[in-house]
Design a protein around this ligand. Structure first.
Ligand SMILES: *[C@@H]1O[C@H](CO)[C@@H](O)[C@H](O)[C@H]1NC(C)=O
Ligand SMILES: *[C@@H]1O[C@H](CO)[C@@H](O)[C@H](O)[C@H]1NC(C)=O
Length: 365
């Protein structure tokens, strides 16, 4: 956290140099973008880019699709690959071996589709995190639309306020990046593992030429069922659930933060429309205090990420790792998410000689 906060001071001071917009332009802006309800003077939230909400929707949709696809897999696996479903009146006839092949390719297709669904969610998730950062930046840019021609005193407090918001934007973006690294990293790993596993299966079916007698088919089915369950439990287990949680938490906080930023910008605009600085612009006097609750929110989110994704490892490990351990192959490998879900040298090391001899590829009996 300390390192995190110390990064920011560098960025400031640019806002006033950029442009002096004329007051008329600003008035038009207000009239077109801010609307009041007569009684309460509350303002409709129109500052957050529409894209932000669209990105949430798309990302949620892909998350639900993935969850739906993975739902009940273990039960279905159990149901689909049993002797009674696959081998009901199993005789070496064309139709029964066709049934066997269908069941086997359904399993491979499942992993293939699940991989695809994980990839889609990863993509939309990454996009959403990008849009969060962009939207936060877009809100920051709106501050530039406050007319620059202000009394010096006001200008000074405004400048402070801008730097505070910019500082916040930078911190916020960094935390979003942390969330991104975890969720997208995990989802990409799931995608890769499922695809690899599906490919291995279809490769075996196509090229290894299983002997189609009951013993061999049963043995291979048991083998596949066991490893499918293992791979699935590993890849779609704890880390994927943490990724869902991190995604949900980031989303909730991003929504909250966007609304809060929006509120601050609208309040600022109002305060300059009416030009009663002393009364309406009190918050400008102490920018730090005005942003305090938002920084607290960020800190909570960062703590949540720390606890969830690092499992009690010291949080400076991440910085340590990024700066020093890049070249250390062993460490880098072991930190790759889910790297051991597919057993090494699968399936060659796992297939016992009895099953191996069921394949013509290995000169089966
Ligand atoms: C189980 O069988 C159903 C019906 O044939 C199929 O749609 C589904 O993909 C199968 N699931 C697995 C995990 O093989
Ligand atoms: C976010 O902004 C960057 C830089 O302006 C841009 O390249 C990127 O396409 C934007 N991303 C999205 C999802 O809009």
């Amino acid at each position: 956290m300390t390192l995190f906060f110390s990064k920011a001071i560098v960025y400031s001071w640019f806002l006033w140099f950029v442009q002096c917009q004329n007051v008329n332009g600003i008035r038009q802006y207000h009239l077109s973008e801010i609307s009041y309800t007569p009684q309460s003077r509350t303002i409709r939230g129109e500052q957050v880019p529409l894209e932000f909400y669209e990105a949430i929707e798309r990302s949620d949709k892909k998350k639900n699709e993935l969850q739906h696809r993975l739902h009940h897999f273990l039960e279905n696996l159990q149901k689909n690959l049993t002797t009674s479903t696959v081998f009901r009146d199993f005789k070496p006839t064309a139709s029964s071996s066709e049934n066997y092949a269908t069941k086997m390719s359904e399993l491979s297709t499942f992993f293939h589709d699940a991989s695809f669904a994980a990839g889609l969610f990863a993509h939309e998730n990454e996009r959403f995190y990008d849009v969060i950062k962009n939207s936060s930046y877009a809100l920051l840019l709106k501050l530039r639309q406050v007319p620059a021609a202000q009394p010096t005193q006001v200008k000074t407090v405004l400048t402070n306020y801008f730097s505070e918001m910019e500082f916040f934007h930078i911190m916020f973006s960094e935390i979003v990046d942390e969330a991104l690294e975890y969720t997208v990293g995990t989802l990409r790993a799931v995608q890769r593992i499922f695809l690899q596993f599906a490919d291995v299966q279809s490769g075996i079916l196509q090229d290894w030429k299983l002997k189609l007698d009951f013993e061999c088919c049963k043995m291979y089915m048991d083998f596949l069922q066991y490893h499918s369950a293992q791979v699935f439990k590993c890849a779609a287990g704890r880390e994927l659930n943490v990724a869902y949680d991190v995604y949900a938490m980031t989303k909730i906080n991003a929504k909250y933060i966007m609304r809060q930023l929006e509120f601050r910008i609208q309040r600022l605009f109002n305060c300059f429309i009416f030009k009663k600085y002393e009364i309406r612009c009190q918050f400008l006097q102490n920018a730090e205090r005005d942003f305090e609750s938002l920084f607290n929110k960020l800190e909570e989110l960062e703590m949540y990420l720390d606890i969830k994704t690092k499992q009690g490892r010291a949080s400076d490990l991440r910085f340590h790792r990024q700066s020093y351990i890049q070249h250390d192959d062993v460490t880098t490998k072991s930190t790759e998410p889910l790297s051991d879900c597919l057993p090494p040298n699968f399936p060659f090391s796992q297939i016992k000689s009895e099953l191996r001899s069921c394949f013509y590829l290995f000169g089966g009996k």
